[in-house]
Design a protein around this ligand. Structure first.
Ligand code: AMP
Length: 483
């Protein structure tokens, strides 16, 4: 399929062409015709699917070509795009400029952390599109510096995340200030929880629904693995992993802002160039950090979940969870940054024994287990707790599972999970067999369908072995074989 078949105007096709896109992504192919037809839309799509163009392109066409009633004297904005974070607002605004380069929509991004005055001036001059985060938009509404009475298209981008971040009251306030008649509403969300559906039920009219990836799915080109390690040794292990390939761009997730700062300082002290992004950073610092990382001046970006949400970083080869997320679904959001658009990605989690429950939650959500590979010299003082009792993942028959662990009971057995008889220490050392263990390590999909294809559910013991063998640190003289 090509973009020409979607009904987009030549000005937009030229802009798409300039971006180098040749084929619409699945969400674009499905959503663009529906939005052009004026339908409300409930779209299940996460970052990395091309969702931004899926709403920006048809909005530009509807408002700047088909229905260009702005008129010279019309100052009131006609489209509002709400995003959960400042970074996402800036990115969506940039997309609007890129895709609208031949239509020249008047637009601005409105978010906190920067001066409000330039935003007020832009609003006074008159706009077609506003891209905003809810908090700052509410400030403008309270100061009566924004007029939302002519909004014809509303987009809620990453709706699930806006709810997670506690924006529901702000969203309701904003929705209440918009015209109801003739408004088109587009809701994009990675997941559809009950509150999201409720919101859609209240504010949308007979929405068309499209879904481009299964709920909570992850690109099949991502390989996942867990390195068990004591909390006290996580930093060292991280340094070890990052030192394996100091040119590789890696996004590292920490749980707290303070923890991210400390970690970045530690890595800097050890010669790595780091960018840090979290909610306490000023907008200027966040923008600089992102630019440093994207520009390759920093090879490591340490981030909290919220700050990293929606960051558009192409072809990121690796994401490392220094801390596991407290909410299992955040694992999916984090990992969404790697393995995009068919590129291979690695998702590595450093898991301390006390985080076993969080790992179990993640595995339960994914419906499969993640390979556990101790790194030689960094084995934890206790094994990780068993993933789940031997048995099957919901709805899967043993031997027919999507991943090695899901249904085979493999990761469910404590010995598979921890590499030791219950209560025993994991793999004190079986270095001689390490090379054979590459089957668990080298594949693209450590836990997914491809993995099931490889072992067909028949070779659990071999994989159990592979799980339990320690990887070696490259810094060790004997250890280059495994990475
Ligand atoms: P998004 O999901 O909107 O954050 O987009 C993810 C990335 O995919 C961005 O870097 C886009 O520039 C890129 N992208 C969007 N549409 C296409 C397409 N049709 N072909 C190739 N890349 C695309």
């Amino acid at each position: 399929m090509s973009f020409d078949t979607l009904g987009l105007a030549p000005e937009l096709l030229r802009a798409v062409n300039a971006q180098g896109y040749t084929t619409p992504s699945p969400i674009q192919a499905q959503a663009i015709p529906l939005v052009l037809a004026g339908r409300d839309l409930l779209a299940g799509a996460q970052t990395g699917t091309g969702k931004t163009a899926a709403f920006v392109l048809p909005m530009l066409q509807r408002l700047m070509i088909d229905n260009n009633r702005a008129g010279p004297g019309e100052r009131r904005p006609r489209a509002l795009i709400l995003t959960p974070t400042r970074e996402l607002a800036a990115q969506v605004h940039q997309s609007l400029r890129d895709y609208g380069s031949h239509l020249r929509p008047r637009s601005t991004a409105i978010f906190g952390g920067v001066g409000i005055q330039p935003q007020i001036q832009a609003l006074r001059r008159g706009l077609d599109f506003i891209v905003a985060t809810p908090g700052r938009l509410i400030d403008h509404m309270q100061q009566k510096t924004v007029d939302l009475s002519n909004i014809q298209v509303l987009v809620l981008d990453e709706g699930d995340r806006m709810l997670d971040m506690g924006f529901l009251p702000a969203m309701r306030k904003i929705l209440a200030a918009l015209p109801r008649q003739n408004r088109q509403t587009l809701l994009f969300s990675a997941t559809f929880s009950d509150p999201i559906r409720e919101l859609a039920g209240q504010f949308m009219r007979d929405p068309a629904q499209v879904q481009v990836s299964q709920r909570n799915s992850i690109a099949t080109t991502v390989s996942h693995r867990v390195h068990p390690v004591d909390v006290s040794r996580k930093r060292e292990l991280l340094l070890e992993l990052l030192s394996h390939d100091s040119r590789r761009q890696t996004l590292v997730f920490g749980r707290t802002k303070h923890g991210c700062d400390k970690l970045a300082r530690f890595l800097e002290q050890h010669g790595l160039h780091c960018a840090v992004i979290h909610g306490n950073k000023s907008q200027g610092a966040r923008t600089r950090a992102l630019a440093d990382f994207k520009g390759g001046r920093a090879t490591v970006m340490v981030a909290t979940d919220i700050a990293a949400r929606g960051l558009d970083i192409d072809q990121l080869p690796a994401v490392i969870n220094f801390d596991l997320p407290m909410v299992a679904e955040d694992y999916v959001h984090r990992i969404g940054r790697t393995g995009r658009a068919g590129a291979e990605g690695q998702a590595i989690s450093l898991v301390a024994p006390e985080e076993s429950r969080l790992l179990r939650d993640i595995e339960r959500m994914l419906g499969r287990s993640i390979d556990v590979e101790p790194v030689l010299g960094f084995e934890p003082s206790q094994p990780l707790a068993a993933a789940r009792p031997a048995g099957r993942a919901p709805g899967r028959a043993p031997g027919n599972a999507p991943g090695r662990g899901a249904g085979r009971g493999g990761a469910g057995r404590p010995s598979d999970r921890d590499g030791a008889a219950p209560g025993g220490r994991r793999n004190a050392a079986r270095p001689t067999r390490q090379r054979n263990g590459r089957s668990a390590d080298s594949g693209q999909v450590g836990t997914g369908a491809a993995a099931a294809g490889r072992d067909g559910g028949q070779h659990a013991p071999r994989h159990a072995d592979a799980h339990n063998r320690p990887r070696r640190s490259r810094r060790r003289p004997q250890g280059s074989a495994t990475s």
